[in-house]
Design a protein around this ligand. Sequence first.
Ligand SMILES: Nc1ncnc2c1ncn2[C@@H]1O[C@H](COP(=O)(O)OP(=O)(O)O)[C@@H](O)[C@H]1O
Ligand SMILES: [Mg+2]
Length: 252
Amino acid sequence: MNLLELRNLHVAIEGKMVLRGINLDVPPGEVHAVMGPNGSGKSTLVQTLAGAEPYQVTDGQALFLGKDLLSRAPEERARQGLFLAFQYPVEISGLSNAYFLRASVNALNRARGEPELDAVDFLGVLRSELLAMEMKPELLERFVNHGFSGGEKKRNEILQMKLLKPRLALLDETDSGLDIDALKVVARGINAMRDRERGFLVVTHYQRLLDYVVPDRVHVLVNGRIVQSGDADLARLLEKRGYDWLLEPQRA
Ligand SMILES: Nc1ncnc2c1ncn2[C@@H]1O[C@H](COP(=O)(O)OP(=O)(O)O)[C@@H](O)[C@H]1O
Ligand SMILES: [Mg+2]
């Protein structure tokens, strides 16, 4: 069974049509990259799947693990194993990062009928993941994303993903704004999670990340439609030729 199946998905924001009939299957064990120019609808796609507010599905269907996704509340989607790493991670005041991470892990553990972790057990897990992501321990004590650099926010998203162990991870430009060392750390974090069960939808504007996280499939989104799909070579072709050759002729 596919992790994700999108059929003719149409999404509007404030009455403006942004996604115009997306068809996409992500089988277990695969990394699919979604590339495309700015404004083509990449974030709209993953935000809609995660259940964010302003996105109105006007037509089509999304199945997650064979069941309708769009009728479920965002928390329910997360409990079923869907995870979104935000393009612009949000700051949360009054909540320490460590507390936030433990609360998210335990919410999922409860839903999965697994034991909750107390602060001490959790700290052990957290410390080793923090080291793997080469993050400073003080980032656990701060409010979520407060005073984090761009790169620290992105690392923190991957840290959260590694703790939550989703079935399907949607990563929205997790590579943007990273220097090459941080990019390698983030890529290593993603690759460490790859297995035969888990899938990834990796949204990226640039091919660079895909040198390190080699995708099974690459889809190019232009003006709300997938105009081209291929293997990892397609990403390398886009790096050379840009997106212009795929742009549709302007319509009125
Ligand atoms: N919250 C929003 N309110 C209004 N328009 C939006 C919103 N989010 C996205 N859009 C519009 O939808 C289109 C696609 O945006 P987005 O999905 O962010 O593209 P991408 O991630 O590919 O750069 C753009 O024209 C953008 O201005
Ligand atoms: Mg975007």
